[in-house]
Design a protein around this ligand. Structure first.
Ligand SMILES: [Zn+2]
Length: 292
């Protein structure tokens, strides 16, 4: 199977009450960890690349890594998506360079200008069979609307949360009322959830116990993500959780094996941790295992 667009994936996900995981990729081990899990579970998957990832790893390397994953996992649909493209030029370059989906996020611009840039991207992308996701102040007839919390491992300040009996921070819930209203007004319209890492506390603990310093890192509870996936949310973006799994595993490895200096010694367990995390997300959170 060649790289696919998300059109068919989203339609099935919407009707089936599940979501597709959109995992951010920066290097070979991350691409492998994600796609090995998706391949074994026969799950559709979106690999997404941010502007920063593209600057870090280079467009050609990333596209070729993803193409390798497609060859290694011929039974599952894989889409390649640009996450938060901030200009027409960047989106165009990804469309021309083999991406099957792009996000235009011109939300830093005044609203009218944002709409204008978004329309231009939609026109160009659609002419080339590429799907567009957009971040707008209001709806403007593009294909996927994005909602969410905030990016990263510190989504809420402790002030915004309550604490449960164990003293663990509990964040305020997602606005399911808004989501339900959107689904009512735009039936069949796929929604994208941003800022949807759950910041697994076992990894935060592992990091802190092995020389790291991440106090009060907090994300979205996974049962809320599962609920969103059952509604009109068809794409759930996950980045920070992969970073945490990788960093926690590498930190622990170095504490336990201070003499190791071969990158394969710590990248191998890091890749395995990413694979295990993605397996869990596909089965228990997104509900997309077996949907390839
Ligand atoms: Zn985002």
């Amino acid at each position: 199977m060649a790289l696919v667009t998300t059109t068919e994936m989203f339609k099935k996900a919407y009707d089936g009450g599940y979501a597709i995981g959109a995992f951010n990729v920066n290097n070979m081990e991350i691409v492998q960890g994600i796609t090995e899990a998706a391949g074994e579970l026969k799950s559709p998957v979106i690999l997404q690349v941010s502007k920063g990832a593209r600057a870090y790893a280079n467009h050609t390397y990333l596209v070729k890594l993803v193409e390798a994953a497609v060859i290694e996992n011929p039974d599952i649909p894989i889409a390649l998506h640009l996450d938060h493209g901030d200009s027409f030029e960047l989106c165009k370059s990804c469309v021309d360079g083999g991406f099957t989906s792009v996000m235009i996020d011109a939300s830093s611009k005044p609203f009218a200008e944002n709409i204008e840039i978004t329309k231009k991207v939609v026109e160009y992308a659609h002419d080339h069979g590429v799907v567009v996701e957009a971040e707008l102040g209001t709806l403007a007839g593009v294909e996927a609307i994005a909602i969410g919390t905030s990016h990263g491992a510190y989504k809420f300040t402790p002030d915004q949360c309550t604490r449960n009996e164990q003293g663990i921070l509990v964040p305020p819930p997602l606005r399911f009322d808004v989501l339900e209203e959107v689904s009512k007004r735009l039936p069949g319209f796929p929604i994208v959830l941003h800022g949807s890492s759950s910041v697994p506390q076992n990894f935060v603990k592992m990091i802190n116990e092995n020389g790291g310093k991440m106090p009060d890192a907090i994300g979205i509870p996974e049962d809320e993500l599962r609920h969103a996936a059952e509604l009109s949310v068809c794409k759930i973006n996950i980045d920070s959780d992969l970073r945490l799994a990788m960093t926690a595993t590498i930190r622990e490895h170095f504490v336990q094996h201070p003499g190791d200096f071969d990158p394969r010694q710590y990248l191998k367990p890091a890749r395995a941790a990413i694979k295990e995390l993605v397996r869990h997300k596909l089965i228990d959170v997104l509900g997309c295992a077996g949907k390839a």
